[in-house]
Design a protein. Structure first.
Length: 548
């Protein structure tokens, strides 16, 4: 249960909303039960008064019935409003909290997980925890409070009837939930696991659709999705069967409890200890009181799946960052000279990527890294951006990179990554990520220097054209130039360009390189590329080879 307690600790800022929802839920259950009780007593009392001719003041009970009916209706509306507001607030807090925990893990830790798995934990597993409050905490708290209140109310007239009602409510509200939890433990956990695997398989199948077609593996991926779907449905059917058992048990407990109250109260009526109208009142109240226990078995049935979702979220959130931040970051240096001395890096000790790399990029100079794929060129960029740790020494302006804050370092560098990511917004919004405060003319200049102006001007919506999810509405070359415009708009003292002209035709490449040479004059530039034209822009060229 500690996983759920940790999740609730994250949402502690919303305790006032959650507590208000619980109180409203108890009030609604009480209003409904009292409405039934008062209505039954009123009808029976009117019947007795009619047959005996006794005087009866019907104004007060009729007013109470109207008041309780209004309270039940308004209370139900407010309860739904408040509890769902609390649920959505908790989800918002959890999502932001998890995103903040994930951000330091990119890319080194997250790349070991499938994209669908990470997206599923950030979205679906967090959404599943909506049930933690709405379907688990709320029914258990409201049910427990209402059971105690119902027992106390019946005890005002009959302690023996209150005792048997309490036992029946306890069986329905505690015994059945324990049975429900036992029945749901394994299928609930497995359904959460299978749902995560299914999301991952579907996401990877959609993202890699072209590769699957080329490799003739579409049927294999479809079979995997089909198998996961069948297994998930089977576990959900087991959960539903358990829910049916507990629902039937709740009906039995309700019938037995009401029958027991009827039997005890009938003996008291016969003995003259209780009036006939009060018998009707207690009987109807007892029947209505079982609403309090009705949601408790289902609440514990949802518990295993909620625990599994919480475990998956915390497993990811508790992952140690691949690059630890310094306890006391050193202020940024005044110069931007970059020096690598005997730098080594490996994902696996037996498979080194870099070994004893020495590299100097003078402040204001341009250096190109060239070599075959897999020789570690992009790893140099990741190390410089503090996405990966390293062996040896890397200094920026004479200060060891480990002593500088990661965010501060990345603030000094304008990057065009090898695989640029475009967010699901417009061209303008993606470019403005480089400098949200930039003026229109600065954006236009970055667009021109990235050789995008002619293409953008030909679009009906211009810069306000959506790029689609992950840049799906633009070509690879257009996406790269949008990322280049974003870097140019940032106008940082250091430029890190990883394959900046990949996918461009010769004429466009020449225009981009000329603009880059002009815009990066006097800045420290590290270029990673296979293309000779990029090497020609540099003052020094370092050739990398794969580590043997």
């Amino acid at each position: 249960m500690r996983e759920l307690f940790r999740i609730l600790a994250v949402a502690r800022g919303q305790w006032s909303w959650m507590a208000a929802g619980m109180l409203l839920a108890v009030a609604v259950i009480a209003a409904n039960a009292l409405l039934m009780a008062v209505s039954g007593w009123f009808i029976a009392s009117m019947a007795v008064a009619g047959t005996t001719g006794a005087a009866f003041n019907y104004f007060f009970p009729s007013a109470a019935i109207r008041g309780l009916a209004i309270l039940r209706t308004v209370g139900r509306y407010l309860e739904r409003l408040v509890t769902h507001e609390a649920g959505f607030r908790v989800l918002a807090l959890l999502r932001v909290w998890l995103f903040r925990r994930l951000e330091p893990l990119a890319p080194a830790t997250l790349e070991r997980l499938g994209g669908g798995d990470v997206a599923g934990r950030l979205r679906s597993d967090v959404d599943a925890l909506e049930s933690l409050y709405l379907r688990i905490m709320l029914p258990l708290a409201a049910g427990g409070g209402a059971i105690l209140a119902a027992t106390a109310f019946v005890a005002l007239w009959s302690t023996s009837a209150a005792g048997v009602l309490f036992l029946a409510l306890l069986a329905a509200g505690v015994g059945l939930p324990l049975v429900a939890r036992r029945l749901a433990e394994q299928p609930g956990r497995r359904s959460a696991e299978l749902a995560g695997s299914l999301r991952e398989a579907v996401t990877e199948g959609l993202q890699g659709g072209e590769e699957l077609i080329l490799l003739g593996a579409v049927e294999r991926q479809a079979s995997l999705v089909d198998d996961l779907s069948r297994r998930l449905v089977a576990e959900q059917e087991r959960l539903a069967a358990g829910g049916g058992v507990t629902l039937a048990g709740g009906i039995v407990c309700g019938g037995v409890g009401v029958a027991a109250v009827l039997a005890i109260a009938s003996f008291q009526v016969a003995a003259g200890e209780l009036g006939g109208p009060l018998l009707v009142m207690l009987l109807l109240f007892a029947a209505a009181a079982f609403e309090a226990a009705g949601g408790m078995p289902a609440a514990l049935q949802h518990l295993p799946a909620a625990r599994e979702s919480a475990r998956r979220i915390l497993e990811l959130a508790d992952s140690p960052p691949p690059v630890p931040e310094p306890a006391t970051p050193v202020p940024l240096p005044a110069t931007t000279e970059i020096v690598f001395r005997n730098v080594s890096f490996s994902h696996d000790p037996s498979l080194p990527v870099l070994r004893d790399v020495n590299l100097t990029v003078p402040a204001g100079g341009r250096v190109a890294l060239m070599g075959p794929s897999g020789s570690g060129k992009s790893t140099v960029a990741d190390i410089l951006l503090r996405f990966r740790d390293y062996g040896g020494s890397v200094t920026l302006g004479g200060i060891e990179l480990r002593d500088l804050g990661g965010e501060a370092i990345r603030g000094l560098i304008a990057v065009v990554p090898q695989q640029p990511h475009l967010f699901n917004g417009t061209i303008r919004e993606n470019i403005l990520l480089g400098n949200p405060a930039a003026e229109e003319e600065q954006v236009r200049r970055a667009v021109r220097d990235a050789a995008l102006a002619e293409w953008v001007d030909g679009l009906p919506l211009g810069l306000d054209t959506p790029v689609g999810e992950g840049g799906s509405a633009v070509s690879g070359g257009e996406a790269r130039r949008i990322a280049l415009a974003r870097a140019l708009l940032k106008d940082a003292p250091v430029f890190l360009l990883d394959e900046p002209t990949e996918g461009l035709d010769f004429a466009t490449e020449q225009r981009v390189i000329a603009a880059l040479a002009n815009r990066t004059e006097g800045k420290t530039v590290l270029i990673i590329s296979h293309r000779p034209a990029c090497g020609d822009m540099a003052e020094q060229v370092h050739y990398f080879v794969k580590v043997p």
